[in-house]
Design a protein around this ligand. Structure first.
Ligand code: MN
Length: 128
């Protein structure tokens, strides 16, 4: 049933250690491989030159280049444009969703992360 997603590689871009640990725990529990980046610069480098990833979770507030700028860069680069990207944000208020989608995000996951729905959200976007 969900066999094809098992082992999918997810790039997580997050500068907060506690959020990163939670996401890592949940993804590993779900059978995913996780690749971690703590900045937008690192994320761009990994996405462009590392082994291909199947999904990207992108914190919006990052030191250096902000998450939405990273998304714009990825979506205009042929190497990375097809990878689904979910924004990870504590600011999913009215209007923000439009900003995320305009930047090229495929969707978003609100922080604090809901541990009960997190993996089903991941599966939804991996299939899309
Ligand atoms: Mn952050």
């Amino acid at each position: 049933m969900a066999m094809t997603e098992t082992g999918a590689r997810v790039l997580v871009v997050e500068d907060n250690d506690m959020n990163m640990q939670l996401v890592e725990y949940l993804l590993e529990k779900g059978g995913y491989q996780i690749v971690k980046a703590a900045s937008g610069e690192e994320a761009l480098s990994i996405a462009r030159t590392g082994d291909p990833v199947d999904l990207i979770l992108m914190d919006i507030h990052l030191p250096g280049i902000d998450g939405l700028s990273v998304v714009r860069e990825m979506k205009t680069d042929a190497v990375t444009s097809a990878i689904p990207i979910l924004a990870l944000t504590a600011h999913a208020m009215r209007g923000d969703k439009d900003r995320f989608l305009e930047a090229g995000c495929d969707g978003y996951i609100s922080k604090p992360i809901d541990v009960k729905t997190f993996l089903s959200s991941i599966r939804t976007y991996l299939r899309a």
